[in-house]
Design a protein around this ligand. Sequence first.
Ligand SMILES: NC(=O)c1ccc[n+]([C@@H]2O[C@H](COP(=O)([O-])OP(=O)(O)OC[C@H]3O[C@@H](n4cnc5c(N)ncnc54)[C@H](OP(=O)(O)O)[C@@H]3O)[C@@H](O)[C@H]2O)c1
Length: 283
Amino acid sequence: MAEAQIHDFPSLFSLEGKVAVVTGGSRGLGLTAASALLQAGAQTVFISSRKAAACEAACAALNALPNLRPGARAVSVPADGSTVEGVRQLLAQVSARTDHVDVLLANAGATWGEAFDRHPDAAFAKVMDLNVRGVFNLVREFAPLLQKRASVEDPSRVVITASVAGLGIGTLGKQGTYGYSASKAAVIHLGRNLAVELGPRGITVNSICPGFFPTKMSNGLLKMSGGAEALAKANPMRRLGRPEDIAGVIVYLTSRAGAHVNGAAIEIDGGAMWQRGELNVKL
Ligand SMILES: NC(=O)c1ccc[n+]([C@@H]2O[C@H](COP(=O)([O-])OP(=O)(O)OC[C@H]3O[C@@H](n4cnc5c(N)ncnc54)[C@H](OP(=O)(O)O)[C@@H]3O)[C@@H](O)[C@H]2O)c1
């Protein structure tokens, strides 16, 4: 019967031969995502963040992974994703090495925690510039490379790292993340708009919405909220996020398995955002 036929199941989650760009790839969730892309078979993964030394260190760690395809490489391309000049510098570095891109992870992000009454305009602007304008600039500038080999049958992929703070309410109080939460809500909706605009060009656009994953960005909030153990206990799944939780969703969205998912925002938080209570910290 036709329903039992799945075309080439063994390659459904494969990224064999793909070329990817990961912003904020030098550490944290971006580094995990880059590792997942390479281990799923990607050929070239460009790692970008502001600090060249951090990008190079991340590439060295990725290139030392024992299970990469022959010739697979992580390549350092430092740039500031919060300005259009920086995004164009990134495009120039990538274009010098490839004529197409299959996967773009718009992952770089910044946050700011401060009480409502003192929350500074400059911090709000900085967060919006990277988390929203930066993502729009990135997708617009990379669209020609993403379109190069794309078709509706075999689409290129954009995955935006948003947050559950863009779906629910962010952190309030002393370390309020008003700009951050608003930026993540904005970028999720930007993703939906781009999904409909770029789908016919053979590019899908989806957002991932992580909950609490220990990283440099989240560690301060983690301490302030009672520590990893207390937060884990308060989660419906009784733990925080792990690298494999990011890896699984990234490979799903960027492989043939996710080819018809477009405009989605996927929560990766153990269900915590549906829970009520004091320790329901959002990131
Ligand atoms: N960790 C969590 O619990 C959590 C939860 C929900 C959402 N997120 C989101 O996940 C994404 C990654 O965060 P993370 O937790 O992995 O944080 P992280 O460890 O602090 O990593 C942030 C990355 O972004 C880069 N970056 C910062 N500003 C940049 C800029 N202007 N231009 C280019 N790159 C820049 C950083 O490198 P440089 O300093 O070298 O630029 C670094 O590679 C963010 O969008 C964040 O909002 C995280």
